[in-house]
Design a protein around this ligand. Structure first.
Ligand code: FEO
Length: 170
């Protein structure tokens, strides 16, 4: 039987995943209103991906017969000087998500909750990929600086992203 402390923490993480989705949707809006349509599409894909992260947790809580509590999702007022600034904020956000998942994993281990611990390892592995992805994009933008053609090329490249559900069984 899953412990209440774990259920509460997972409900907290569920909200954080939905909040991440909302943050990326906001970033998508910022990008499109600043002429970066490729980045807007990329952030929209990221928004969709975060929804899948949230729903994987939702399904787990359901399977465990736990009480799911949906909480308010706060909108983010994005203040950024440039598109690379937006990606830097996103990267920082992902680092916070990694810390949150590591704390959750510690909690599961403390309670000897192996099922939750195993679920969380999926998220922790996913975070490694996400942080690497953001870091790589920031490096690309940093390399081109304010060069118009460079910015155009990266925007075009990011716009080619296709949505792949990371939670889909293979
Ligand atoms: Fe679901 Fe990007 O953390």
């Amino acid at each position: 039987m899953i412990k209440k402390e774990i259920i509460d923490a997972l409900n907290g993480q569920l909200n954080k995943e939905f909040h991440s989705a909302y943050i990326y949707l906001g970033m998508s809006a910022y990008a499109s209103s600043n002429g970066f349509n490729g980045c807007a599409k990329w952030f929209n894909m990221q928004y969709q991906e975060e929804v899948t992260h949230a729903m994987k947790l939702f399904r787990y809580l359901e399977e465990q017969g736990a009480n799911i509590k949906l909480k308010d999702i706060k909108a983010l007022n994005i203040k950024a000087d440039s598109i690379v600034d937006v990606f830097k904020k996103a990267y920082k956000h992902e680092q916070k998500m990694t810390n949150s998942l590591n704390d959750l994993s510690d909690l599961a281990m403390k309670h000897k909750d192996h099922a939750t611990y195993s679920l969380l390892q999926w998220y922790i592995n996913e975070q490694v990929e996400e942080e690497a992805l953001f870091s790589e994009i920031i490096d690309k933008f940093t390399m081109v600086g304010n060069d118009g053609y460079g910015l155009y090329s990266i925007d075009k490249e990011l716009g080619a992203r296709v949505f792949i559900d990371p939670t889909a069984e293979v």
